[in-house]
Design a protein around this ligand. Structure first.
Ligand SMILES: *Cc1c(COP(=O)(O)O)cnc(C)c1O
Length: 224
């Protein structure tokens, strides 16, 4: 194996074993937690060793950047699953449906309607997460906590979206645990099975609170 592939594998193994230890320690060992490698801002050259080391689940936060990097990477590596984890404008919905396999940032009625229409048009029903503004922060995307359960229901019943879970980014500078716990309760109430929560600094806490997907960038790829 080339040196850069060995380093990628070492980084992946280190995160995976921390994930397993967290799951075991917090009694979530039966729960399968997926590691999503957040490759935003990193070039294809940096991403390739991770693909060669076997990682297939990735996320990007911008449609334009994904379009520049991923079509050629997908040609070289089969089985990639790419998640969108950044805000989506309705005028980019068509491109997003073509480029991504999962949309994690459904957070408003109009976006739900446009995405549903674009998926029907493309004949591609992508699994989606509803993003929740768990800390009620002015500057953050996401549906309000109080509106989440009803919004999930409308996404499913009125728009026909396949909502599989909830996603959140808790506020900076506060302990994340209570926000993750609240997202888990909301998911139960909304009857969705998956929880995308936890990043490089707090993925073990997220696993303790029931995360099914953690989104790890800098701990794998280095500083942005
Ligand atoms: C960048 C980003 C991440 C990864 O953050 P790190 O701290 O680098 O692990 C996770 N989720 C979202 C939504 C992001 O934008």
């Amino acid at each position: 194996m080339a040196d850069n592939v060995v380093s990628a594998k070492t980084a992946l193994d280190a995160i995976t074993s921390r994930m397993e230890r967290a799951a075991a320690r917090f009694g979530q060992s039966a729960q399968k937690v997926e590691l999503i490698a957040v490759s935003k801002t990193f070039s294809a050259e940096v991403i390739v060793p991770f693909l060669e080391a076997g990682q297939r689940l990735f996320a990007e936060n911008r449609v334009q950047e994904a379009k520049e990097k991923w079509p050629s990477l997908r040609e070289r590596f089969a089985g990639v699953e790419l998640h969108l984890i950044g805000p989506l404008q309705t005028n980019k919905a068509r491109e997003a449906v073509a480029l991504f396999d999962v949309i994690q940032t459904v957070d408003r009625e109009r976006l739900a309607a446009v995405l549903a229409a674009e998926m029907r048009r493309a004949g591609r029903q992508l699994p989606c997460f509803v993003q929740v503004n768990i800390g009620a922060e002015e500057q953050k995307a996401g549906i309000a906590v109080a509106d989440t359960v009803a919004f999930v229901r409308r996404c499913r019943d009125e728009h026909g979206l396949d909502i599989v879970g909830l996603m959140c980014i808790p506020p900076d500078g506060q302990p994340a645990g209570p926000f993750f716990a609240q997202l888990a309760l909301l998911a139960r109430e909304a009857q969705v099975p998956q929880l995308s929560m936890g990043m490089s600094g707090d993925f073990e806490t997220a696993i303790a609170m029931g995360a099914t997907h953690v989104r790890v960038g800098s701990a794998l790829f280095g500083h942005r």
